[in-house]
Design a protein around this ligand. Structure first.
Ligand SMILES: Cc1ncc(COP(=O)(O)O)c(C=O)c1O
Length: 414
């Protein structure tokens, strides 16, 4: 592997506590550079935005730089970057706004692969407007979301298609580009949940065909800030509820109240950090890419992350699938490195507790993938165990998880 994981791990102070952080799908640790960027913002002095004195100017600059950084991460333009507290809040806001244009007979399409944050806001908005909800189904044997079904689901009444770029429990990465193209062919918009995907792959909203792409910085080494990116021209057509004196232009009119400026500085530092993950110019196909613009560097780095994580994930899946007492859910062809499994004889919570005792952090439950957990028949039995790898995990951590799960075999050492 060309990816230097020990160099990467050294950037994260929290990783030195001896625990294997395999809970990244629920939120990553942050590198020193992010911690320092947030502290530096406060140290330098920040004010509210739009004032005439230097501390206010620093906040204006932090906000503008954060929009540029998120644009570089996603392939959007800064003028189309909406910032807010988290993805759920922003998605409810967009659902509220977009659904003003819906009426009885209109339709929205959601998927059973998605986190509930890209389902319920649309279902509830549709109910308020008398619109019909159609469901894209997951093939439970593989956890694929077959794109072919969208031909049946879409009609000239479809207003919006909501779909995830990666499942937060089984990692499935559906063919978003095909789904978005089908949506556009009937004149519908496509709202893509990139919260899980962004940490694991190079993102380009244009290639995905996403009219809206939502993500949360705390899943990719940043602070708790959410963002939705869109074409500013599209945002111009929308009128969210806002305070009268609040900004009238885009993207400002989508942002409610005073932002956490220091955290926004942390988001920029997180993008810089991602861009620096693979400084090795041999890894990207274009040898010049790693030394190019931040957009080029982040794309090259995330391609290296994707490759590194795939190798680590193969080790994890190989180990788990060799254990007779483990049931794995999902085997999609394209996956983020996220495993969802149950262990015979133990509830998911008991497994998580046993692993925590071995200093391995994993999640148990449905992880808000409410529909998919239901489709798997796991909703009423405590869900499953989720081990989510990110770029700072290494082989020794995967092996520690495998050893701890092996201990739970009926003939294992207890
Ligand atoms: C795939 C996915 N979508 C949406 C969300 C919700 O994001 P937020 O916590 O920023 O509201 C999560 C959070 O876990 C997620 O994993």
């Amino acid at each position: 592997m060309t990816f230097d994981v020990s160099r990467v791990r050294a950037a994260y102070p929290a990783l030195s506590d001896g625990y294997a952080y395999l809970d990244g799908a629920a939120g990553t640790q942050v590198p020193s550079a992010v911690i320092e960027a947030i502290a530096d913002a406060y140290r330098a002095g920040i004010g509210n935005a739009g004032g005439v004195f230097p501390a206010s100017g620093r906040s204006d600059a932090i906000l503008a730089e954060c929009r540029r950084a998120v644009a570089d991460l996603t392939g959007a333009v800064p003028e189309g970057v909406i910032l807010g507290p988290n993805m759920t809040t922003l998605t409810y806001r967009l659902a509220e706004t977009l659904s003003r244009q819906w009426g009885p007979g209109d339709e929205v399409v959601v998927s059973r692969l998605d986190h509930d944050a890209n389902v319920r806001p649309w279902v509830q908005a549709a109910a308020r407007r008398g619109a019909l909800v159609r469901w894209a189904e997951v093939d439970i044997s593989t956890a694929e979301l077959p794109p072919g079904q969208y031909a049946e689901l879409l009609s000239d009444r479809t207003r919006l298609v909501a779909v995830t770029a990666a499942s937060n429990i089984v990692g499935t990465r559906p063919d978003v580009a095909a789904i978005a193209a089908a949506a556009h062919a009937v004149g519908a918009l496509c709202y893509v949940d990139g919260v899980h995907a962004t940490a694991h792959m190079p993102v380009d909203v244009g290639t995905l065909g996403a009219d809206f792409y939502a993500t949360s910085a705390y899943k990719w080494s940043g602070p708790h800030i959410g963002t939705v990116v869109a074409d500013p021209g599209l945002l111009e057509t929308l009128s969210p509820d806002k305070l009268v004196p609040a900004p009238a232009g885009v993207p400002g009119r989508f942002e409610r109240g005073t932002p956490g400026f220091a955290d926004l500085a942390g988001v920029t530092a997180a993008v810089e950090h991602l861009a620096s993950l693979d400084p090795d110019p041999k890894t990207p196909k274009d040898p010049k890419a790693a030394t190019g613009s931040r957009r080029e560097r982040v794309q090259a780095s995330m391609a290296a992350v994707e490759q590194y994580e795939a190798e680590l994930f193969a080790r994890l899946l190989g180990g788990l699938s060799a254990m007779g007492h483990v049931t794995l859910y999902g085997k999609a062809a394209r996956r983020a490195p996220t495993a969802f499994f149950t262990v015979a004889g133990y509830s998911p919570r008991e497994v998580a507790e046993r692993l925590a005792a071995r200093k391995v952090n994993v999640w148990n439950g449905d992880n808000y993938a409410w529909e998919l957990a239901g489709a798997f028949g796991l909703r009423d039995s405590g869900g499953a165990v989720r081990a989510g790898l990110v770029h700072y995990n290494d082989e020794s951590e995967v092996d520690r998880l495998l050893a701890a799960v092996a201990e739970l075999a009926p003939d294992g050492v207890r």
